[in-house]
Design a binder for this molecule. Sequence first.
Ligand code: AMP
Length: 192
Amino acid sequence: MNIILLGPPGAGKGTQARFLVEERGMVQLSTGDMLRAAKDSGTEMGLIVADVMARGALVTDEIVIGLIREQLETVKANGFIFDGFPRTLAQADALNDLLAEKGESLDGVIELEVDDEVLVERIVGRAAEAAAAGQPVRADDNADAMKIRLMEYYKKTSPLIGYYYAKGQLTKIDGLGEIADVKAAISKTLGG
Ligand code: AMP
């Protein structure tokens, strides 16, 4: 089963993806994690994306589609969870093509709906918690970058909601509930 977790930054996509990995043995493909790893290891691509990411803007479709292509060509999985990808219509089309090349398809898209005010609080809170615990703070977890991340989401990613709805693939889930409730709602959508 291949699914997309869709939603604004801070909606809880990463947290829920990890549950699906633990409980269903699916493989999480997070372009954000891949880009951060490239940045941390100082590859040429990592250097190119570092500034863009720190500002909260989207990196190019070409780069992220390349990352996903590489994973889909090399990783064997009992289903993929796309977390933070696709973020544009061009990425959505590319994903369809990449899955079709493997003889696979997308089984569903889960949208985590969250109120904008709560998002900003969550993200800024996540940074404060990490800092207090002496853990690394994401360069883009601050109020300025967060505004740009939200803007990018509404301009470029939110059209995907209508796109997948029209294809009959969208399920909306309230992302504001307790983590366990969101998890249960996702399980139900995926057939228990
Ligand atoms: P995330 O961890 O998903 O919040 O992603 C962190 C940052 O990585 C984003 O703000 C973008 O700069 C970049 N990024 C991650 N995934 C994508 C994507 N699919 N398309 C463009 N940029 C992305």
